[in-house]
Design a protein around this ligand. Structure first.
Ligand SMILES: *[C@@H]1O[C@H](CO)[C@@H](O)[C@H](O)[C@H]1NC(C)=O
Length: 546
């Protein structure tokens, strides 16, 4: 009996205590005594943990609100804290858009650093271009992203960024890569048509986003890494597991931006951080296997110098500088290029098809344009032959399609938000001051919905806003920021448009698309790229050969 009693005796008795049981519930056998021992110890530790957590939370709040010049009008107005983002995580982009409507530049308080959000194009130009050197990706973003994206081009600054950018831009500018990639995009578009022919037989609809992801994954593996993955036709189980793990990791990493406890969770290897770790292990193993295969391939081909893919170029570079360009670094490069090539394109094509289902007239207009531009070639009934006629001149003449894809990206930007970190104190073009270490974020998603940027019809889907006399017109990259801007502007922009145009021409030539279920809400999942949550279920009706 001793232990229970002694715990109770030393406990100051104030109010209700869980062990204040009526006498008839008091344990009498020694077995029950043991149980009470365990229960009281557990309650004791739970109370301790609760106290520790509240203290931690209190400190976090204190840290969040101190040293922030809360009321100073020199700094952007405070609209909340990172906790507001946590609570509204599932609708984050719309929540941020609502705040942006109240003021184009504002602050959200965070424990580590204060965050500024801006949708003002002149501020965006300032941080992405004019004062490029003062704004880096920053240590904070690096900390959050490093476990998945390592030291890849999306994460690093300075020399490492310059080096990767140089090798990649050289490679991207070559005619060889351009021709090779178009060839791959066409072949995969034809495969996609065949996969849809099978899927369209099933009347309950199919997840188009998943199919597009597999298609663009195949494309980037071939163009980027010179490997035939064949995920689209479903023969690569390994590839699909990898794809799934990568999506999960992408979402779990993004969660860190709003979870103040992620570092603690990583240290303890618990909950979301434990799942993230497992997914990353799967991803890493897959990529390391790819690297080994690639190295073997390359040493066999030593004499030939016509390396068409990007990875081969980096592998050759790594032979000159094996100290810095080790396997881990190459792995990071692969994962970064993969994100750039796969998710962005597949997500944009998914939103594009969603919009076409919602706006049948726009779908009709594109079909008309295909007929007009391709003329006689638009009577081919064999997918393999048809895609051969989607040549560069054809792509260049598809202005309405180009405008529709651009309008899709304006409202559903593939990378919905991005940011930089201020390396020095600064003043933004709109007059607000920035303290060194502050995170500066801009949301392409919010900017696309601002009336003072795009006019009263900002939220309407209007491809015509990009056309003048039927010819596509570019707009400022600081207004339309879907491809980033300044020295870090997307290297693959032309590749992305080419792939998206080839795929959409092939799809819309052979099929008419409808939503499988009009009543099912379509919304995004919050992660680095703008995924459609739970996929996009479509029906495709094969058009009769004309
Ligand atoms: C990856 O993360 C998801 C979701 O958090 C989890 O359900 C899954 O088990 C993880 N995968 C692995 C291989 O651990």
């Amino acid at each position: 009996m001793g232990k229970v009693k002694s715990v109770l005796r030393h406990e100051p008795r104030q109010g209700y205590h869980p062990l204040d049981l009526p006498p008839r519930y008091l344990p009498s056998s020694s077995h029950a005594e043991m149980d009470m021992d365990i229960v009281s110890a557990m309650l004791y530790y739970m109370a301790l943990v609760a106290v520790a957590l509240s203290i931690a939370f209190g400190l976090l709040l204190l840290k969040t609100f101190t040293g922030e010049s809360l009321w100073s009008s020199k700094y952007p107005p405070v609209r909340g804290t990172v906790i507001d983002q946590l609570v509204r995580f599932n609708r984050l982009h719309d929540y941020m858009t609502g705040l942006t409507r109240r003021s184009m530049t504002f602050r959200l308080l965070a424990p580590d650093q204060s965050d500024i959000y801006t949708a003002d194009p002149s501020n965006v130009e300032h941080i992405l271009k004019t004062d490029f050197d003062k704004y880096t990706k920053g240590k904070y973003n690096m900390d959050v992203m490093k476990d998945l994206f390592g030291e890849g081009i999306f994460v690093v600054d300075g020399e490492k960024w310059k080096k990767q950018r140089k090798v990649a831009s050289f490679e991207f500018a070559t005619r060889v890569l351009r021709d090779f990639s178009c060839c791959v995009f066409r072949k995969n578009a034809a495969k996609l048509v065949k996969v849809l022919e099978e899927s369209s037989a099933a009347s309950e609809g199919f997840d188009m986003q998943d199919i597009l992801m597999r298609c663009t994954l195949d494309s980037i593996f071939k163009v980027g890494f010179g490997v035939e993955l064949n995920c689209l036709e479903g023969s690569s189980k390994e590839g699909r597991a990898f794809m799934k793990a990568f999506d999960e990791a992408n979402a779990l990493i993004y969660w860190r931006f709003v979870d103040p406890f992620w570092k603690l969770k990583r240290l303890l290897k618990i909950s979301s951080e434990a799942r993230l770790r497992n997914n990353i292990t799967l991803i890493d193993n897959f990529v390391h296997r790819l690297l080994r295969t690639k190295r073997n391939q390359l040493s066999g081909l030593r004499e030939h110098n016509d390396k068409e893919d990007i990875l081969s170029r980096f592998l050759l570079e790594s032979e000159k500088d094996p100290q810095n360009m080790h396997d881990k670094y190459l792995k990071d490069i692969i994962l970064n290029f993969m994100t750039a090539g796969k998710d962005t394109t597949a997500n944009t094509l998914s939103w594009f098809l969603y919009i076409l289902c919602k706006h049948p007239l726009v779908q009709q207009n594109i079909v008309e344009e295909i007929k007009e531009v391709m003329g006689d070639q638009a009577t081919e009934a064999n997918p393999d032959c048809f895609v051969e006629s989607i040549t560069d001149p054809v792509l260049d003449r598809m202005h309405y399609l180009h405008a529709t894809l651009t309008e899709t990206l304006r409202l559903y930007p593939a990378v919905p938000a991005d940011g930089r970190c201020a390396e020095t104190d600064d003043v933004l073009p709109d007059g607000f001051h920035v303290k060194k270490g502050t995170g500066l974020y801009y949301s392409a998603y919010s900017m696309g919905r601002m009336h003072n940027i795009w006019g009263e019809d900002a939220e309407d889907f209007k491809p015509e806003r990009w056309l003048k006399d039927g010819i596509f017109q570019n707009d400022s990259p600081f207004k339309f920021v879907a491809f980033n801007a300044g020295p870090r502007i997307c290297l693959g922009k032309d590749f992305a448009y080419r792939q998206m145009k080839i795929v959409s021409i092939a799809l819309l030539y052979f099929f008419h698309f409808k939503l499988a279920n009009e009543a099912r809400p379509v919304t995004y999942k919050v992660m680095f790229t703008l995924h459609i949550d739970n996929g996009l279920y479509l029906r495709a009706v094969r058009k009769l050969a004309t």
